[in-house]
Design a protein. Structure first.
Length: 369
């Protein structure tokens, strides 16, 4: 018998794609547990056990819904259950555009407020638009992963709360667990009406779960709407969640991973500890970009804490930079959609560290010079 081959070094820590992001080995290992029945006491126990840490993660007193679907499924839940007739969609990149398209796809009227990629919608623009155009809901993306823009949702929510009977539906897919999201507190204490995320971004789980929270206002609205469908019906989803039951057969292995990840988050000092680490990572990229004369797509103060979108310097090609890093064993994202050639995106989200990011930036320095 030949000697066993040494195992390859742990693959964790070099995969900086802005979703799916790297999954920690401890979280991957949790998925190897045997199956349990989805109507069993063990499942009820599992769901009861994650209730409190999930509420702390979302900074809410409402139940956190966990669905077996990618995040887009919960965007659809937001629209089906939150838009009565007409929504205003703030569009500043590809994912916010998807939200707008979903409104139409669900048979509702969509008014768009577009700003150029790399920009955010500012509170005054939103107020002006809402005054001119009555709508019953607003959709927006907090951290627009395609451009690296972080919108000021706290201020935007306060504007929405100035208007009667308008719900605010928030895609927090790359912000929640990576930068502050105050589900119950923002909007001048009135809260956000629907906040959703997916498992494979800042939560650093494998893809396949979506998580969301609905306000009481939203639940009351949903009860009055037909066309909620079945899989994403908020009212029955909430009912099952309150009883610690899944709606259908859930992705059980991913629930094991979620349970383990929530425990790891608590060990890091809760969601606030996680915010601090992401803050340190985004500051590190800002320092580096200044040192090397690399420009961001978004302006200062509107940059995501989890994904940095950088302009490719004159004479360089995004494809080459991403390819050379790949050769060296590191993964980052190229630009998204129309920004494919002109930008690169570093997804420093989830369980990544400043130390690994430093190594990546050192390599990147040699490629952009
Ligand atoms: C990734 C992403 C989505 C969509 O997620 P899926 O899980 O692929 O459905 C939606 N919004 C934002 C901001 C994202 O980054």
């Amino acid at each position: 018998m030949s000697a066993p081959v040494a195992p390859p070094p742990p693959a964790f820590g070099r995969f900086f794609l802005p979703g799916p992001t790297d999954v920690h080995p401890e979280v991957l290992a949790a998925m190897q547990r045997p199956m349990i029945g989805h109507r069993s006491g063990a499942m009820e126990q599992l769901l009861a056990g994650i209730e409190a840490p999930l509420a702390r993660l979302f900074r809410t007193s409402h139940p956190v819904l966990v669905g077996t679907t990618s995040a887009t499924g919960f965007m659809e839940m937001a629209v089906r259950n939150g838009v009565r007739n007409r929504a205003l969609s703030l569009v500043n990149g590809s994912f916010s555009e998807r939200f707008a398209k979903l409104v139409r796809a669900c048979g509702k009227e969509c008014i768009r407020l577009d700003v150029p990629p790399g920009c955010a919608v500012e509170p005054d623009m939103l107020r002006d638009t809402l005054r001119r155009t009555p709508v019953d809901a607003v959709t927006l993306v907090h951290s627009e992963t395609s451009t690296g823009v972080l919108q000021d949702v706290e201020a935007l929510a306060a504007v929405v709360r100035e208007f009667d009977d308008v719900l605010l539906l928030v895609d927090a897919v790359t912000s929640l667990a990576g930068s502050p999201v105050e589900t119950d507190r923002w909007g001048g204490g009135g809260g956000l009406d629907f906040v959703l995320t997916g498992s494979q971004k800042a939560l650093a789980l494998p893809p396949g779960l979506a998580l969301g929270v609905a306000s009481e206002r939203m639940v009351e609205r949903a009860k009055t709407l037909s066309g909620r469908g079945l899989y994403f019906d908020l009212v029955s989803f909430l009912d099952a969640t309150t009883k610690h039951q899944p709606t259908n057969t859930p992705a059980i292995s991913l629930l094991y991973a979620l349970e383990t990840q929530l425990a790891r988050i608590e060990r890091e000092g809760g969601v606030e500890g996680r915010w601090r680490r992401h803050d340190a990572m985004r500051r590190r990229v800002e320092e580096w970009s200044e040192q090397h004369g690399i420009a961001y797509l978004p302006r200062e103060g509107r940059r995501s804490w989890t994904v940095s979108c950088l302009k490719v310097p004159e004479g360089k090609a995004a494809k080459q930079i991403v390819g050379a890093l790949k050769q060296a064993g590191w993964t980052i994202g190229s630009g998204y959609g129309p920004l494919k050639e002109s930008t690169i995106r570093i997804g420093h989200m989830g369980d990544h560290t400043v130390a690994a990011l430093d190594q990546l930036l050192d390599l990147l320095a040699g490629l952009v010079a």
